[in-house]
Design a protein around this ligand. Structure first.
Ligand SMILES: [Zn+2]
Ligand SMILES: [Zn+2]
Length: 204
């Protein structure tokens, strides 16, 4: 497994990065913990961007929530950043057509992912959780969704961050780490992406 131990080097350093993009007002400690968490796991530069307004056409009036898929499509369509992946973060509640709410959403192998901090503050009985527990959840969701953009599927390994988690209990049960299998898969996927000339010359 020696070939998996070396971290892939971007061809154009500083261009092939993860952009963390606040959609509307997002707490500074959330942004910092997400940027640090992604950087720690992926070992790639993470760029914290200035906030942009939440695109109002993603708002679903009937549900008083934002449509996660519409936000992803907006990030894909509107933003021509020099970054490999974009993680949009919002404090607003997000959902998709088949679920009441989602913590985050991403397309497999897509460029953009989105997550919300709205549902991560409550304990299992509705009481507020500690700041540590809240931020721990935030990081897990961020890594999980970015993992999907690198083609990682849901993992069945005990406590791997790529396990499916539709409830806070399931989110709390997993750890903020990628199992060995997911880590190898992630770095293979990253290596492939960095070979792509469009990524390498920063025109993604
Ligand atoms: Zn997932
Ligand atoms: Zn795993």
């Amino acid at each position: 497994m020696i070939e998996h131990e070396k971290k892939p080097e971007p061809r154009t350093p500083g261009k092939a990065i993860i952009a963390v993009l606040p959609l509307g007002r997002v707490r500074e400690d959330i942004l910092r913990v997400v940027a640090d968490g992604l950087q720690g796991i992926l070992r790639l530069p993470v760029d914290l961007r200035d906030p942009i307004a939440v695109p109002e056409d993603a708002f679903m009036e009937s549900r008083n929530q934002y449509n996660a898929m519409a936000l992803i499509k907006y990030l894909d369509r509107e933003l021509s950043h020099n970054s490999l992946k974009i993680l949009g973060i919002t404090a607003n509640d997000i959902c998709n057509p088949i679920l009441t709410y989602v913590f985050g959403e991403a397309y497999m192998g897509g460029r953009s992912a989105v997550m919300s901090s709205a549902r991560l503050k409550a304990g299992l009985l509705g009481e507020p959780v500690s700041r540590e527990q809240f931020l721990d959840r935030v990081v897990k969701v961020a890594i999980h969704e970015i993992g999907h953009t690198f083609n990682l599927r849901h993992c069945h390994t005990d406590r791997c961050v790529m396990r499916a988690s539709n409830t806070l209990l399931e989110l709390d049960e997993k750890l903020n780490y990628l199992c060995d299998y997911c880590e190898i898969f992630l770095f293979d996927s990253l290596r492939e992406a960095l070979k792509d000339p469009e990524v390498a010359d920063g025109s993604v």
